[in-house]
Design a binder for this molecule. Structure first.
Ligand code: GUN
Ligand code: FE
Length: 468
């Protein structure tokens, strides 16, 4: 547990402070850096310096911060990690977490998801579920989340206010979906013009929201997916993306049905169609991308767009494993998404662990009746270091935000893994080397092991919140 320095639980600017901890991060994909007893100097939420013990002024700095009550000393047995980045969350779907996953995507949407999302016309329902979701994600170490909300402007504005109030870095989209053939009457934008206009109003709302001067919250242009949107709406949102430089998010080549639908309608892949509509840019995040081919990957990489890899959701609602290694090798930015509630876990760490697992299954193949040489896709695996990178720095790069690494100029978004917390399953104490410690964290850490969480230097969650 950290000592008594309390750096606050509400949003605002904090002065210069220092955190003393054993840190582990992955500044480059596949490369771990660990600094025992590091001093991280944080000014107004941004990292000024990361000072290793061998540095000449380490001891003097620690003393100076301690004497002025601005040193936060973490347990010598705990590990400080960069905050986790969830690149794909459907905030309104939290109430159906872990249900109906035996259905195919189109039936799951029509029979369960759209009726649930329609309920967010009720602001009290939105307030209750969104508050619980944001608190849950923070407790799981998710310091940045990229959210789909619903078509309701007031409830989406409320989600932005709740994230700001609870101190979570959030990118939020009011969902646009106007296609009469794919969206039910009870849950559809009345017209492309109204959907585009409300998207524009939401962007204005977030950019001028009181207390959001430091841009903790970002608006996102959010066409649900091509099947749910008319060409008119996609073109209007593409123009808005060009005009506002906002982030864009949508679903892309998720499963056979959706991928085939887009080919039949547009005569090309989702990726090419989105590009033609002006929706594929440096700040675009495509969810899933399971059926992108090498030409799609090259186009996504050329535009600098990113993919939210959602391994658990893909196991249930998609029809294939995302070709992660191939995408990385072609220079595509990739991060991890929970895809709540297509995925039944609220934990980015758990999804990172599954990213390793499914990559191994893709490489080895899954059908024992097929001879070994023909069973899998060679060279598909990633390891725990790459998975952790995707869950932190990779998500930050995809979002074009300075998060996910402990380095000057980056935000101090962090979580403390403490094997001494009650109910911990972790066996870090047995592991002498940082590489081993990170491996154990990626494979076994749970919410119960996360003792403290900070966003932009503010403490936003921790185990002490749950004690009586
Ligand atoms: N495609 C369109 N909408 C959705 C959604 O809510 N979840 C998933 N997984 N895919 C979608
Ligand atoms: Fe999704």
């Amino acid at each position: 547990m950290p000592d008594s320095v309390n750096i606050g639980k509400t949003q605002g600017t904090v002065g210069t402070m220092a955190v003393r901890a054993n840190l582990i991060h992955t500044p480059r994909r596949g490369a771990i850096e660990a600094i025992a007893d590091a001093l991280i100097v944080v000014s107004a939420g941004t990292i000024d310096r990361v000072v290793a013990p061998a540095t000449a002024d380490h001891a003097d700095l620690a003393l100076a911060f301690a004497e002025t009550g601005r040193l936060l000393t973490c347990s010598p047995h705990a590990v400080l990690l960069p905050g986790l980045v969830d690149l794909h969350v459907h905030a309104p779907q939290f109430p159906q977490l872990g249900t109906a996953l035996d259905l195919p995507l189109d039936r799951w949407l029509q029979e369960h998801t759209f009726p649930l999302e329609a309920r967010y016309a009720d602001l009290a329902f939105a307030e209750a579920t969104y508050s619980e979701l944001v608190a849950t994600l923070l407790a799981n170490g998710t310091t940045t989340a990229l959210y789909f909300a619903t078509i309701h402007l007031p409830a989406t504005q409320r989600l932005a206010e709740i994230c700001l109030r609870q101190g979570q870095r959030a990118l939020i989209g009011r969902v646009a979906m106007d296609h009469p053939a794919q969206c039910p009457d009870l849950y559809r934008d009345p017209s492309a013009a109204i959907a585009a206009d409300e998207t524009r109003r939401f962007i204005g709302f977030v950019r001028t929201m009181a207390g959001n001067g430091h841009r903790l919250i970002h608006p996102v242009i959010t066409p649900r997916f091509i099947p749910a949107c008319t060409d008119e709406l996609l073109a209007a949102l593409g123009a808005l993306a060009g005009e506002t430089s906002c982030h864009v998010q949508t679903h892309c080549s998720e499963g056979d049905w959706e991928h085939g639908h887009v080919h039949a309608r547009c005569g090309c892949s989702d990726t090419t169609a989105l590009d033609r509509f002006g929706l594929l840019g440096r700040r675009t995040i495509l969810a899933h991308g399971n059926f992108i081919d090498s030409a799609d990957m090259d186009l996504i990489a050329a535009r600098g767009a990113g993919i939210a890899h959602c391994p658990l959701s893909n196991a249930y609602l998609a029809d294939a494993v995302f070709p992660l290694r191939a995408a990385l090798d072609r220079g595509v930015h990739v991060g991890i998404g929970t895809d709540i509630a297509g995925g039944p876990s609220a934990s980015v760490l758990e999804n990172a662990r599954h990213a390793v697992t499914v990559s191994r299954m893709l490489e080895d193949g899954v059908n024992p009746d097929v001879p070994r040489a023909a069973r899998g896709s060679p060279s598909s695996r990633i390891d725990f270091r790459e998975a952790f990178y995707l869950a932190t720095a990779g998500g930050g790069i995809a979002l074009d935000l300075p998060i996910g690494v402990f380095a000057p100029g980056y935000q101090f978004d962090a979580l403390l893994i403490d094997p001494a917390t009650p109910a911990s399953n972790l066996r870090i104490g047995l592991a002498a080397k940082p590489d081993d410690a990170l491996q154990r964290i990626v494979y076994t850490a749970q919410r119960a092991d996360i003792s403290e969480v900070w966003v932009a230097g503010m403490r936003v969650a921790g185990v002490s919140d749950h004690r009586g």
